[in-house]
Write a protein that binds this ligand. Structure first.
Ligand code: FPP
Length: 246
């Protein structure tokens, strides 16, 4: 079972178009899939689920669609937070939230505070998030620390850099899922997904149910993760280790 699953929830617009509905009907339907995947993650013992709800680039969509997405986030927070809390889910939002309407920022802060000490599934919603934004804000913070004399530039290695990214306290994604048939990373968690297993599903997000998610998890279970090592080392670590030691 992956500890951390990251998902690009794609295909809402096409789901709606196929039914001659406005694109926003697809987003509304997509909330049901969010619920299903959150519940299935908790049931199967996934520890962290990171969902890409709104990218740094999504502001370029028509104003009405952006407004309806904002309303949808607000109402989802209003309607779901209590249930998430009862199920011990810890909710966190990653991304540049200052750009959101105040009402939404307020709800996010409330939901995070309410669920902060929960010990169940960690649900991270990426909103106004971009992988490049994350790397850039880490660089900006590192430079500020150097300028303040708090950090020696020579000490900046991958570990120090990563500790300035959006979720330094959590393990990196093991499984990166994109629904909706496209095979791109679209500026989602870039640095943190360096070793993630990629899984692309043809299923449009509103149709991505427990069974479709289960298929992704089962596919992951069949993968061999090598992190730069050879297949032999992974299959017989002690034997190869013993040989290496002489
Ligand atoms: C991508 O589909 C989807 C989005 C940009 C929004 C995702 C939002 C939700 C699923 C709503 C609820 C989320 C939470 C966390 C409560 P698309 O519009 O790009 O689809 P298309 O590629 O078919 O046009």
């Amino acid at each position: 079972m992956p500890r951390h699953v990251a998902i690009i929830m794609d295909g809402n617009g096409r789901w709606a178009k196929q039914r001659n509905l406005p694109r926003t009907a697809g987003h509304r339907e997509g909330v049901k899939s969010v619920r299903a995947v959150v519940e299935e993650s908790a049931r199967r013992g996934v520890e962290i689920l990171t969902l890409f709800a709104f990218s740094s680039e999504n502001w370029r969509r028509p104003r009405t669609e952006v407004n309806i997405l904002m309303e949808l986030f607000i109402s989802a927070l209003r309607n779901e937070v209590r249930r998430l809390h009862e199920n011990k889910v810890r909710l966190r939002v990653i991304g540049e939230r200052a750009a959101f309407p105040e009402r939404l920022q307020h709800r996010i802060a409330e939901a995070e505070a309410l669920t902060a000490d929960n010990t169940g599934l960690h649900l991270q919603v990426a909103a106004n998030y971009g992988g490049r934004w994350d790397i850039t804000q880490a660089a900006r913070r590192l430079i500020a620390e150097v300028q303040a004399g708090l950090l020696d530039p020579e000490s900046i290695d991958e570990r120090v850099f990563a500790s300035h990214l959006s979720f330094p306290d959590l393990p990196e994604p093991d499984l990166f899922i994109r629904t909706g048939g496209e095979q791109r990373l679209s500026n989602f968690v870039l640095w943190q997904s360096a070793y993630a297993e990629l899984y692309f599903s043809e299923v449009l997000w509103p149709d991505f149910d427990e069974a479709a998610y289960g298929q992704a998890l089962e596919d992951y279970a069949r993968r061999q993760r090598r992190f730069g090592r050879t297949g032999d080392q992974i299959e017989a670590p002690t034997l190869v280790g013993a040989r290496a030691r002489g």
